[in-house]
Write a protein of this length. Structure first.
Lengths: 309, 177
């Protein structure tokens, strides 16, 4: 049995299908662990992990921290808001200072594309990308695929539509890579202004009609409109967006089949998805959150296995 | 190196019956006892004992769990090949239960040490006993001894004790090579 083919988790595009299989198999075991009365294993008791979040995060940060603690690693947390970054320190200096404290793994979220790759070339620690700008968010894509696999048995051959703000979404890009590696068909759906111009070169199809996209798919992954990343107006009004691309129970009931609804969170209820859909039995949004911990445990465990003392 | 047969299938059958009887002696009807087979190799022995207790000795309501100890091992990151976990399947709480841990070969005692830690995740048992088919008594790294042993073997460290089961390896046998 081989380990991971990569030394860091910087993006799904660096992974092979066998890596994803290995991560999922390992995650199966950790899912069993986190459902025990005592949800902790001692595997990583001599490993120290730094969570560096230069951008805001609630779910991903909590999920990583929980995964690390369930593996018995020592954890230090850093949020840019309360740090010397505001005093003008560079990324490498910040990280080197943290590494001087003997950190083995760095989990980093950063606003700049490629921050993880840059870091992996300059510091001696395992890097896990927890989101770099509008580029990749590999663990989210892994947990999304893992949740589809859990719900539908396999990802291979499934039709997945990603709906919403594709342009600003690292979740969309990582998901496209991950789903294609596992043999799923991917379609993106959203307003013309929020679909990147050359997206079809990745082998995905584009659809601007929500109803047609939903009729085609087995799984709909609904994304949030990322107002904070928008420098200009990409659509006239939130109301219009909701009317054209918002998912409600009525649209789903008229499909004649039951599709799986996913959302990486945070949800803007009533904008891209209505509350009754988000809380329905078609939605696996909370399963995604639970699986997030198991999948992140698997990724950390497998990378930690490569650390030699 | 030459391969010497230590136990054949007939020997193993006799030993299994003896172990089953010894278990019954201490645990009566097993109403407060659970059996835990260690993944991967201990589960064959555990399953076999379970069948025997049910069919030959009419014990009902036996509880058997399978425990994987990968995440509790002390050689994590000390081997070239990654450690791959097996399934853990324990559908019951072991709080205040008598636990019998079952493995095929007791060698350094490190797997059993890991199992003792792992089992705590499922509650606080009343007590824990250890049953092994082969006890290599001179190669222990830790102060761990079995309560029930099939056969004691004084193999030297370079020798390997190999247990095969008919479920996967066509026949029941124990070899030294």
């Amino acid at each position: 049995m081989q380990g991971l083919s990569v030394e860091h988790l910087l993006g799904i595009k660096y992974l092979k299908t066998s890596d994803i299989d290995l991560i999922f198999k390992t995650a199966d075991h950790f899912k069993e662990v986190i459902n025990r009365p005592i949800k902790k294993v001692p595997s990583l008791r001599d490993i120290t992990i730094a969570n560096l979040f230069f951008e805001n995060s609630t779910r991903t940060k909590l999920s990583f921290e929980l995964a690390e603690k369930r593996l018995s690693a020592d954890v230090i947390n850093f949020s840019a808001g309360q740090s010397s970054v505001k005093k003008g320190e560079t990324l490498i200096d910040t990280v080197n200072n943290i590494l001087a404290m003997k950190v083995d793994i760095v989990v980093m979220r950063h606003g700049n594309v490629g921050a993880g790759v840059f870091l992996s070339k300059h510091v001696d620690a395992k890097i896990i990308n927890a989101g770099d700008g509008t580029h990749e968010h590999p663990t989210q894509a892994l947990l999304d695929s893992y949740s589809i696999r859990e719900k539908l048995g396999t990802v291979k051959g499934k039709k997945v539509v990603i709906i919403g703000d594709i342009l600003h979404s690292r979740v969309a890009l990582s998901n496209i890579f991950a789903l294609q590696l596992q043999g799923a068909e991917v379609k993106v759906c959203g307003p013309t202004t929020l679909i990147p111009k050359y997206i079809s070169s990745l082998g995905v199809t584009v659809e601007h009609n929500l109803k047609k996209a939903l009729e085609w798919c087995d799984v709909a992954n609904v994304l949030r409109v990322q107002h904070e990343r928008m420098d200009i107006k990409y659509f006239p009004s939130t109301r219009e967006y909701t009317q054209l691309f918002g998912i409600n129970q009525e649209i789903l009931s008229n499909l004649g089949k039951k599709i799986v609804i996913m959302h990486p969170g945070p949800i803007n209820r009533g904008v891209e998805i209505t509350s009754d859909v988000a809380d329905s039995d078609q939605s696996i949004i909370l399963n995604q959150v639970e699986n997030g911990v198991a999948v992140r445990m698997a990724v950390i465990y497998l990378l930690a296995q490569q650390i030699k003392r | 190196m030459s391969k010497k047969t230590l136990l054949n299938s007939k020997d193993i059958e006799i030993i299994l019956h003896r172990l089953a009887c010894q278990l019954i002696e201490n645990h009566n009807d097993f109403s407060n006892t659970v059996l835990i087979g260690l993944q991967p190799r201990g589960t064959f022995l555990a399953n076999r004992l379970m069948e025997l207790l049910k069919t030959a000795y009419q014990i009902k309501d036996l509880k058997l769990g399978l425990l994987d100890i990968t995440f509790y091992r002390d050689d994590f990151r000390r081997k070239e090949t990654p450690l791959v976990a097996e399934t853990t399947k324990i559908d019951f709480l072991i709080e205040d239960k008598k636990v019998v841990i079952i493995d095929d070969v007791l060698y350094s005692g490190r797997s059993v040490r890991a199992a003792l830690t792992a089992i705590q995740s499922y509650g606080r048992p009343e007590n824990i006993e250890l049953l092994v088919l082969i006890d290599r008594r001179f190669s222990r790294h830790l102060p761990i001894q079995p309560n029930y042993r099939g056969r004691q073997v004084d193999a030297i460290n370079e020798e390997r004790v190999l247990v095969t089961w008919k479920e996967t390896d066509k026949k029941d046998a124990v070899y030294i090579e």
